[in-house]
Design a protein around this ligand. Sequence first.
Ligand code: C2E
Ligand code: CA
Ligand code: CA
Length: 693
Amino acid sequence: MIKIGLTMRVVLVTLGAVIMTAFAVHSLSFNEHKALYTRTALLNLDALSENLSHSLLPAMSNNPDIPSIATTLLQLDRLETILFAIVLDQQGTEVFRYVNQSHHSQSSEEIIPNTIMHSEYGTFLQEYIAISRKIIGEEQYKVGTLVVVTDLKPPMILANNLYGEKVIPLLIVLAGVISIFAYLMQNRVLLRLKKLTQHVANIREKQIELSKYTDSGDDEIGLLSKGINDFVERININNDKLERQYSQLEKRQRELEYLANYDVLTGLANRKLVQELLKNYLEKSSRDNSELVLLFMDLDDFKNVNDTLGHEVGDKLIVAVSNRLKMIVRKADVLARLGGDEFLIVLPDLESLEAVMAILARIKESFNKSFSLDEYEVSSSFSIGLATASNANYNPETLLRNADLAMYQAKRQGKGQYVFFEHALHLKVIRAQEIAMSIKGGLKNNELYLVYQPKVNGKGRIVGLEALVRWEHPNLGPLSPVEFIEAAERAGLVSHITEFVLKTAISDILTLKSMHNLSLSISINLSAHDVKDNLIRELIRSELTKSALNNNIEFEITETAYLEDFIDVETFMSELQSIGCSVALDDFGTGYSSLSYLTKLSIQTLKVDRQFIVNMEKSNKDMAVVQTIILLAKSLGLVVCAEGVETKEQFDMLERISCDIYQGYYFYKPKKLTELLAENVFSINELNKSKNV
Ligand code: C2E
Ligand code: CA
Ligand code: CA
């Protein structure tokens, strides 16, 4: 549809109104004009025929005098409108007919029906034809009748034309002038409105900047544009404000995105981002049938650095380590920090295992050099678990879990080790989960029990018992404590076992005291998790207070557990010592090789690990190590206990280098208390001790 602008519409309406008015005026005056003309013509005709009838009276008084009639009627020649005139005698018979010579075309019969000849007298109009019938003579002495017929059409058309020629152009000119005037007038107002409308439309469509509109008028339009300007200004101010807020928001958004995806300390990808990337890489890898390897890396001894050198140095180590890793990885690889001391490297598109081995070698090599952090020189290494995408069915969670499992396995093998994931590891995890799930039930159903392994002095006299837990699992059979303690630790359930061991040991000490008059020291193994667990620490305190057997209880804690959380463990151990318990450092020699820290620990006894005792006979070096340990321990006022003594030779050698206490199959295997009592081991003569029982 054609859109007509406001100005045009106003002009068209005005023009229409002018034309209609002009037409109305014109037709009104035209009709008036026509009526006036007709009336005048009829009056003239009436007067003319009246005169003629008088003039004809003498010629009609006796017998009609035709020449005289003709002479009279010939006067009509001057009058163009006269069609014809007819003279009838007394009886109504036509005696003479005058026909105007200028009207040949029509005969009187055509124009006047015969009836008119005999209709009433007078002057009247029939269409454009005016007819006058007059009596010749007096009404009572009528001598004849005169009929005069005129045609008013030509003069009327002429008059009309004349009228039209003059009036209509005038009207047209008038309408044109009025229209132009209207147009100009409207334009003055409407143009401004139009401009304003366009301005508003532009603003709406944002085609232009929100600029001001200038209209100097002080009428409504001026006010309107001023109002719009005020609006625009307010919008501009708000826009500026919004824009500033928006850019601030954008900046915050970018910061948040960065925080959400990157590790602030190292600038590496974080857990979230690497998980997303891993997902994409695995999808691609699965599509292309290419191999991807994930390295799960955990810094060795990081906690120790944090605890002994402070978190600031710890953070610096993490940054330094990540910088070294950045130099090692290839462009296509992804390096990420999972948090704490855990890092991930994704190696996509691997052609062969060699590339992986090369990276492992480079990592190992780059960690040969220690890190200079402030005034400290810190050596570090990674335990690395590796897993392949194909082995994990290209599932990111599985891949991550597999690499984690392998890393865990590497940790167990010592520092700086790497382990490739294999499915046996997974089976182990599933078994560990089953074990962990049945711990609480097992304790409730009395599936767990204690055995005791006596410790003897150089003379073979039992000086104490080590409580060792056993589990007869209904589905899995007898379980090694090494396995189920680890499973319990991983599941956070080891404190339940410790609680059981402590309570059982305490009740066994009481039995020994009351029924056998024996006051023996019982050693209880604490897990690394126990010493960090406030609940179990509190339980130990309350059980000790309740039983008042502090002097009969020794706690064994491995050096790894002790040093992993040095400050915490040290606090708790010195607390236990201060209330009369003793503390032994278990498995000594398997963890930290530095001896210097020994002076800092609150312990009474050092238990030399079985691995040194086993090798002592064959290796002079091991013999020397054990000798040094014993010398050092003695100089620190510590008691030394040799673990895992299996032969007389081992015992003799240890005796020679002044070991204090012995524990091992050579003397006693761990047994139930009832069995030990039944064998009467506690009253055996000191002279026959050095024999396997
Ligand atoms: P451990 O504390 O070093 O305990 C000594 C382990 O060496 C015991 O193994 C014991 O049976 C074994 N043993 C003793 N003498 C000899 C010997 O002459 N030769 C050989 N080959 N082995 C000997 P067990 O009972 O299997 O315990 C293994 C580990 O399980 C323990 O090592 C300890 O770390 C953990 N464990 C055992 N019971 C508990 C417990 O109640 N709580 C905690 N947290 N851990 C426990
Ligand atoms: Ca032990
Ligand atoms: Ca041990």
